[in-house]
Design a protein around this ligand. Structure first.
Ligand code: XMP
Length: 329
């Protein structure tokens, strides 16, 4: 039970001392809680010598780019460059169905874009940025290197983390990890006193490869991504409207890529099947499927099939982890 005001002031002091008065810092924002809190903290300490990048890889959720950019800019006043790299990512994903290959391509593309951003920044500043901010949390640290004794320990080896596409290893940036002694609930508390909107701080985790691991098979086929975005938005909005969002660790829709026969109006249809997944969990390592009441499920199913063209069947994933994983790919 640390006092978060003290933690905040101490962190700001340490960041100021570390970076000094001339050096520049870069940060990749994922749209998630951790990188946002880390960047906001560093921004408090060194102002616009922080340079953030947000990459739209074309695999984001419904209106995600607009929503997070508006929080970053209008609400948090973070200096962020938004790179719309949809075409670049999707052209590389064409014909790729294997989940791990998808992840690799996305990670590699991300590093290319990040590299380019750092180089352009160097040209603009006339010198290299020196530091990289990462939203590493304490559980990531202990996972890589359990500290001896009971105290929280600063030293750790960097885990090859799959978040935000991993580290550009050969860039020789020094790391700033202002959250590395904190647990998630402490990060949220810190975010709150940094004036980050509460709704943002409670966002469910979202995988770095985004909807690529939620559209099974080739993500570039047809309008699969667009259908998934619409279904997912209806599901999440219904969960929020029912007041259930905060009880759930993660909820999302999955595009299965199979067709089923249906009847809509007086037409026989041969359309897509989607699956809904919601789980409770402490840390994502194990998870239990969430028990919605049947009335809620009935309404969501109707809303989806009535509003999303190309979907005639909604299924519910009732598997826990293990034996399933949270994501389908
Ligand atoms: P699984 O599917 O392995 O997911 O049970 C556990 C947690 O990790 C997230 N996840 C990922 N996050 N890159 C990420 O940044 C990934 O490739 C990735 N795969 C899964 C998943 O959303 C869940 O929170």
């Amino acid at each position: 039970d640390w006092n978060m005001e003290d933690v905040l002031n101490e962190e700001i002091k340490v960041i100021k001392e570390t970076v000094g008065t001339d050096d520049h810092v870069i940060c990749a924002l994922s749209g998630g809680v951790d990188s946002t809190v880390a960047a906001t903290l560093v921004h408090r300490a060194i102002g616009d010598r922080l340079h953030c990048i947000f990459v739209d890889n074309g695999l984001l959720r419904y209106k995600e780019q607009e929503r997070v950019m508006s929080t970053f800019k209008e609400h948090l006043h973070l200096p962020v460059t938004c790179v719309d790299a949809t075409e670049q990512f999707l052209s590389k994903m064409k014909g790729v169905a294997d989940p791990e290959t998808k992840r690799k391509i996305i990670g590699k593309e991300f590093i290319c874009i990040f590299d380019e951003f750092a180089q352009e920044l160097e040209k603009k500043l006339g010198k290299k940025p020196v530091y990289l901010v990462q939203g590493t949390l304490y559980p990531d640290v202990i996972e890589s290197c359990p500290p001896p004794g009971s105290g929280r320990n600063h030293s750790h080896t960097i885990k090859s983390h799959h978040n935000v596409g991993g580290l550009p290893k050969d860039m020789k940036l020094k790391l700033i990890e202002p959250l590395k002694l904190l647990f998630k609930d402490e990060v949220r508390a810190l975010g709150k006193i940094l004036d980050i909107p509460e709704g943002f701080l409670k966002r469910h985790p979202f995988p770095g490869p985004g909807l690529a691991v939620r559209v099974l098979g080739d993500v570039t086929e047809g309008n699969h991504l667009e259908i998934l975005r619409q279904v997912d938005e209806i599901f999440i909005q219904s969960i929020k409207d029912a007041g259930l969002y905060d009880e759930i660790w993660q909820a999302f829709a999955v595009f299965l890529g199979i067709l089923s026969v249906g009847v809509q109006g007086d037409q026989r249809t041969h359309s897509h099947v989607v699956s809904l997944r919601a789980v409770t969990s402490q840390d994502g390592m194990t998870a239990d499927w969430y028990r919605f009441d049947s009335e809620f499920l009935d309404q969501v199913s109707r809303k989806i099939t009535n509003n999303v063209r190309g979907v005639n069947r909604v299924t519910l994933d009732i598997t826990s982890k293990p034996p399933s994983t949270i994501e389908w790919e």
